[in-house]
Ligand binder design. Structure first.
Ligand SMILES: *[C@@H]1O[C@H](CO)[C@@H](O)[C@H](O)[C@H]1NC(C)=O
Ligand SMILES: *[C@@H]1O[C@H](CO)[C@@H](O)[C@H](O)[C@H]1NC(C)=O
Ligand SMILES: *[C@@H]1O[C@H](CO)[C@@H](O)[C@H](O)[C@H]1NC(C)=O
Ligand SMILES: *[C@@H]1O[C@H](CO)[C@@H](O)[C@H](O)[C@H]1NC(C)=O
Ligand SMILES: *[C@@H]1O[C@H](CO)[C@@H](O)[C@H](O)[C@H]1NC(C)=O
Length: 467
């Protein structure tokens, strides 16, 4: 109890966790539910509906380089198996004594009506909502950048790439069909796994993500008082007289966020197991995990993203070298369709969304304003777009857009950066002799390095908190 009073003073709502005899939180009545679900967030939630991007006074966009995560997908096979089992779990909730269930009748009805209609053969594929996300993106980009995108497709003008996974191809298909008005005929030659799935076959990367050092903060958070009391709360809300496991609760959370991404307008009964504040804890749990596995907390993430950023820098730079009195010969747009890790690695190589202090198991209470919020970085269909402009003073400039909002890029003074400045800043970093996947096969210190780095990060964090 003392613990909870303390925690409450810091931030977390005591009320949300303490046992009170008032009416339970009624999710079905909540007209402003919490919709940020880390990397399983629907794109619609994240995009700024008011913003019109692309227009820069006295500048004309001349080239676009874009990297997209695939749209909303169906679960992996193992996730589908587990989610099929939720019908049984639902039945056991409904068998709990009505006096024990701490939910409003509307929420209980939602649970009764829930059914799971995903077929095993749909695993990993895009959902209809995922297709729509990419179509709408293409539509908006075309209207925001008509100079470049209101054109017929030719292989010379447009470079399209995706990975060998079906869902990235489906995303490219949805996007390009909408952009050009009809299918462009995607083929095997568009596949580039080495560039777009750089983690694939990268053994040093793989062992780094499994190292104990990098799991430390997540493990600590999952066994914290905060998380234990959340498990206890959810268990009681559903009418159980024992505590569910963390994993069982996480399965409910996953179903909640998949349901939401598939059909944004519908209330998922699995979300109703949580109150708003709890969904923030679960979101933080995910963000923490990504931070250390494939975020700023893993020093290999930037290496992973380097070849892709080299492609971006060189592609845009080549465009600035074209003799402008002639018609450009190279592509005027490059569109890459890949995975959330690809987008994260690219963002990290660029230094976007970097917090001054690392996030840790102990920083939840002060994390509300963190930059590292994967819902805003890599939601479904999340995208990073670099637009090269030629301005009236004959200079080239670049602007980065993350999910259609311009990035206040730290390496520039404002959102619009001089190309010569960006190029000279990155020139040495993208040298092919260092910016490659050779590190993947280097044996030896793969697990040691991250551990040291994590300790360093934690110490740094302690230091900055006390001084
Ligand atoms: C699932 O897909 C398989 C293969 O496409 C099909 O044979 C089966 O009828 C489908 N099941 C349901 C429930 O739709
Ligand atoms: C990964 O390895 C497999 C089999 O070893 C190979 O077929 C595939 O091309 C490799 N992929 C990459 C991106 O290197
Ligand atoms: C459930 O977990 C909470 C928090 O750790 C604990 O206080 C409580 O005693 C547990 N309940 C049962 C029935 O084990
Ligand atoms: C940039 O131009 C050079 C020289 O023409 C070419 O070798 C290189 O492949 C181009 N790079 C990209 C990413 O298009
Ligand atoms: C660009 O083209 C113009 C006219 O054709 C020519 O005079 C000029 O030398 C060219 N510049 C470069 C850098 O190739």
């Amino acid at each position: 109890m003392v613990w909870w009073l303390l925690a409450g003073v810091i931030c977390f709502s005591v009320q949300a966790l303490a046992f009170v005899d008032t009416d339970p939180y009624c999710f079905s009545d909540d007209h402003d539910p919490y919709n940020l679900f880390a990397t399983k967030t629907a794109y619609e939630v994240v995009r700024d509906k008011k913003l019109r991007i692309g227009v820069v006074p006295d500048c004309t966009p001349v080239m676009i380089w874009g990297l997209f995560r695939h749209g909303t997908r169906f679960p992996h096979t193992d996730e589908i198996k587990q989610q099929m089992g939720l019908s049984t779990f639902r039945d056991s909730v409904l068998r709990n004594s009505p006096h024990d269930i701490d939910m409003c009748n509307e929420d209980i009805d939602l649970l009764k009506e829930w059914s799971y209609n995903v077929n095993m053969s749909e695993a990993d594929l895009l959902t209809q909502s995922g297709v729509t996300e990419l179509q709408l993106l293409a539509k908006r980009l075309r209207s925001n950048f008509p100079d470049i995108l209101n054109a017929h497709y030719t292989e010379d003008r447009f470079k399209i790439r995706y990975t060998s996974k079906e869902r990235t191809k489906q995303s490219a298909e949805a996007f390009t069909t909408e952009l050009f008005g009809s299918p462009i005929g995607l083929s095997e030659s568009f596949i580039d796994d080495e560039l777009l799935e750089p983690n694939h076959n990268c053994s040093v990367w793989k062992s780094s993500t499994q190292s104990e050092g990098l799991k430390r903060e997540t493990t600590k958070f999952r066994s914290s008082h905060l998380m234990k009391s959340l498990v206890s709360f959810v268990s009681k809300r559903l009418g159980f007289r024992y505590n569910l496991t963390y994993q069982a609760m996480h399965d409910l959370y996953d179903m909640c966020r998949f349901d939401k991404a598939w059909n944004f307008k519908v209330h998922s009964p699995w979300c109703s197991a949580f109150e708003k504040q709890h969904l923030k804890v679960m979101e933080y749990d995910e963000d923490l995990d990504y931070y250390y596995r494939s975020g700023y907390g893993n020093p290999f993430t930037a290496k992973l993203g380097c070849p892709l950023i080299r492609d971006m820098i060189e592609t845009l730079n080549n465009r600035t070298l074209v003799n402008t009195t002639e018609e450009s010969t190279g592509p005027s747009a490059v569109f890459n369709f890949a995975h959330s890790i690809t987008v994260r690695a690219a963002l990290i190589k660029l230094g976007i969304a970097k917090d001054n202090n690392p996030i840790t198991a102990d920083t939840f209470s002060t994390s509300e304003k963190r930059q590292w919020r994967t819902a805003f970085l890599t939601p479904f269909a999340g995208n990073l777009i670099a637009v090269l402009y030629k301005c009236a003073d004959q200079q080239y400039r670049v602007m980065f857009f993350l999910n259609e909002q311009y990035v206040e890029y730290e390496r520039c003074k404002v959102g619009l950066c001089d190309w010569s400045y960006i190029y000279s800043t990155f020139k040495s970093e993208i040298d092919p002799s260092r910016c490659n996947r050779d590190f993947c096969e280097t044996s030896g210190s793969s697990t040691v390095v991250p551990t040291i780095v994590v300790l360093g990060l934690v110490l740094l964090n302690l230091f900055t908190r006390f001084y």
